[in-house]
Design a binder for this molecule. Structure first.
Ligand code: PEP
Length: 249
């Protein structure tokens, strides 16, 4: 019922010409029809070039961040309207690296979520606990707080995707076990049932992110509440990204 989504977060990697080459190779290598939805999120500087390449292909385009205002004196920022105009369908919001290095909070994520939905972008909201929080049994408290803050006054979440990304698993090679991930995914779905309704929760895709590789994706995807993956490192190489899209089916 929920179509799996395999999303590549390129972070600050690939120049525009590298990104262009990768997107061209990816299209050549992909089967015409895939069971999974495939998304790539290049840096801002490559979006326009990549948009031209993936247009009319099964590959979707997303950005890694956006600002909540539509336009104006906000030097260095990019609005949802700009992303939509380029051809983005998705936008990642509240990635843990943005929370850690750029001071993003549940409040700013919430503002961005409202703006993304108003601008008809599909937001991927990232949440997840730090190692110290997991070790002190605070995982569910942290997840609850991030969900409450992130979804504040948000009515229709039909197009929202949640990515559970334990901070200790991102870029570390320490993947959460399928059981650890499933437990949190189930908690997230139950939160959506309580805040919205069961129908909404049943339709919402919850991705796992944190050192996903071609070797571990299948066992993660077998979990009933894992509907895809948000992948950093392993999305940067053509071979491993292709394997991920196949294993995700
Ligand atoms: C990410 O960037 O969201 C991520 C999960 O990175 P990695 O796959 O490299 O852990």
């Amino acid at each position: 019922m929920r179509r799996p989504l395999i999303a590549g977060n390129w972070k600050m990697n690939k120049t525009p010409s590298e990104a262009k080459g990768f997107a061209q190779e990816l299209i050549k290598a992909l089967p015409v029809k895939t069971d999974v939805e495939i998304l790539i999120c290049p840096p801002y500087t490559a979006l326009s070039l990549v948009a031209d390449i993936v247009k009319n292909t099964p590959i979707k385009l997303g950005a890694q961040n956006m600002y909540w205002e539509a336009k104006g004196a906000f030097t260095g920022e990019i609005s949802g309207e700009f992303l939509k105009d380029i051809g983005c369908e998705y936008v990642i919001l509240g990635h843990s690296e943005r929370r850690q290095y750029f001071g993003e909070t549940d409040e700013t994520v919430n503002k961005k979520l409202h703006a993304a939905l108003t601008g008809n972008l599909k937001p991927i909201i990232c949440i997840g606990e730090r190692l110290s929080e997991r070790e002190t049994n605070l995982t569910f408290d942290v997840i609850q707080k991030q969900l409450q803050g992130g979804f504040m006054n948000v009515g229709n979440i039909e197009n929202v995707v949640v990515a559970y990304e334990p901070v200790w698993a991102i870029g570390t090679g320490k993947t959460a076990t399928p059981e650890q991930a499933q437990e949190v995914h189930k908690y997230i779905r139950n939160f959506i049932v309580d805040k919205y309704d069961k129908n909404t929760a049943d339709k919402m895709r919850i991705l796992y992110g944190g050192s996903v590789t071609p070797e571990n994706i299948a066992v993660l995807m077998k979990q009933p509440d894992i509907d895809g993956a948000l992948v950093g490192g392993a999305s940067l190489k053509l071979d491993s990204f292709l394997q991920l899209t196949k294993a995700g089916s």
